[in-house]
Design a protein around this ligand. Structure first.
Ligand code: ADP
Ligand code: MG
Length: 448
């Protein structure tokens, strides 16, 4: 090829790639247009960031290789996002007709999970406000909406609250709540029964898709791809999409980060564990709903004991209620303590002290606690130090900033790094895992 024309180069490359990979490539490549060739870089116009990311991940290496094969030159690729192209999407990937509205499978939402029953505090204010705004005006300002937060902090509750409110505000709207796990199963079934058209008709004709626990999609290649096409199709027709994940971005593996970074360009909000005041308010509200009187000092006791999971906070209350129903008397703090001792997992009922961790880890490695806090970086000290940081982050309520501080004023990123590194070692090395399990149970038994 002497006089390089970007369009010719692109169409020849795509032909080659299609011959190698088949139809899969089409979904990604058909909406793409080659615009110019500048300084050995081919500029591609794509409808949105998903396409550039998707092509990068899947085909870029191969394409560069093919360019070299065709031209003898090292030609790179760059992307330009151009919204005009989105009109071409339905052509490449037709959406089947949804059929009469009445046939549409409607989600049922948990009537207990409403905005009114959700207690708002500092830890969830942005998430709550956004969810409420969306339920009044879906598909406009906050789309997609991505909600992060640890387990038991109210993500599913908020999704159902949005669903309940949408159903009320827009009775004819097609709103679907699904978990990523159900999505995957549904997709696999549809392939199995040769009903992928029905599958697409179901998911791509929604007005609002609420998808819970997206982390489940990680490493499920084919379903992930189908999900992105669903996502694109909905997004391009300005339908509302809301996604939750229980992974905090900082703690994600590269694979998780890649999956999630493609979804993150709308509004992102996180829910963090509630502060004491909010925990008290939640207990009050739940005891009202349960019509169960709990004395203030018992509420305070429970709220100060269960800190990082609202489901456990709720469970504790139910536990106390069933006990009180048996005895018919009102509870004292001591009784509550006794009842909950058996119910709560150890690390929730009495968080482990970071000093205990430091002491036992340094003992195990014949070091001094001073060494863990010191600056020396030899491997024989660095590993135990990282292990101690890891244990502190999984066994205590402390933030990475606090943990860093307890290890001679280190930065929180050092703690996160330690956590990742140890996690990887635990995944790879069963002997190390054994050692760490043993250490953990030693630490717990010292605390008791
Ligand atoms: P997640 O999906 O984040 O794991 P859930 O939404 O299932 O958590 O919440 C766990 C339980 O805690 C649910 O019963 C929910 O109603 C309750 N809950 C969570 N956050 C709140 C809140 N802010 N106010 C009232 N109840 C809450
Ligand atoms: Mg949930």
């Amino acid at each position: 090829m002497n006089n390089l024309d970007p369009k010719t180069l692109w169409s020849q490359a795509v032909d080659k790639l299609r011959a190698e990979i088949g139809e899969d490539a089409d979904l990604w490549l058909r909406p793409v247009e080659a615009v110019r060739l500048d300084d050995q870089v081919l500029f591609l116009k794509v409808p949105n960031k998903f396409f550039s990311d998707g092509i990068k991940d899947r085909f870029q290496k191969r394409l560069v290789f093919i360019f070299k094969d065709l031209t003898g030159l090292d030609i790179g690729i760059d992307y330009e996002v151009c919204l005009d192209l989105k009109k071409r999407l339905p052509v490449s990937d037709p959406i089947p007709d949804p059929g009469p509205q009445s046939e549409f499978p409607l989600s049922s939402f948990n009537p207990r999970y409403t905005f009114a029953s959700f207690v708002v505090g500092k830890s969830n204010r942005l998430a709550f406000a956004t969810a409420e705004a969306i339920s009044k005006n879906p598909g406009t300002q906050y789309n997609p909406f991505f909600l992060y937060g640890g387990v038991g902090l109210g993500k599913t509750h908020l999704l159902h609250a949005i669903g309940n409110a949408l159903r009320q505000n827009f009775p004819r709207s097609r709103v679907l709540y699904t978990t990523a796990e159900e999505f995957v199963n549904d997709y696999i079934n549809s392939i199995h029964h040769r009903k992928t058209d029905d599958f697409r008709a179901k998911y791509r004709n929604l007005d609002c898709m609420l998808i819970d626990d997206i982390q489940f999609l990680i490493a499920k290649e084919q379903s992930e791809q189908e999900f992105f096409h669903t996502f694109n199709s909905l997004f391009d027709s300005r339908k509302q999409i809301i996604i939750t994940s229980d992974r905090v971005p900082k703690e994600m593996t590269p694979h998780e980060r890649r999956l999630i970074s493609r979804l993150e360009w709308g509004l992102v909000a996180d829910i963090t564990p509630p502060d004491l005041e909010t925990r008290i308010a939640i207990l009050r509200k739940k005891s009202e709903l349960e019509q169960f009187y709990v004395p203030d000092d018992v509420i305070l006791f429970v709220a100060s004991t269960v800190k990082s999971n609202i489901r456990l906070l709720e469970g504790s209350l139910i536990k106390l209620k069933s006990f009180a129903a048996l005895t018919g008397t009102s509870l004292s703090v001591d009784e509550a303590k006794d009842i909950l001792k058996a119910y709560l997992p150890h690390d929730v009922s009495s968080p482990v002290q970071i000093e205990t961790i430091q002491r036992l880890v340094s003992h195990k490695y014949s070091l001094d606690v001073k060494d863990l806090k010191g600056q020396q970086r030899t491997a024989s000290i660095a590993l135990p130090r990282q292990l101690a940081m890891y244990l502190a982050s999984v066994m205590t309520d402390l933030s990475s900033t606090d943990i860093g501080r307890a290890f001679g004023g280190r930065d929180h990123t050092t703690v996160l790094h330690a956590r990742k590194k140890i996690q990887k070692m635990l995944d790879d090395d069963p002997f190390f895992l054994e050692l760490v399990n043993k250490l953990q149970s030693d630490i717990k038994s010292v605390e008791n």
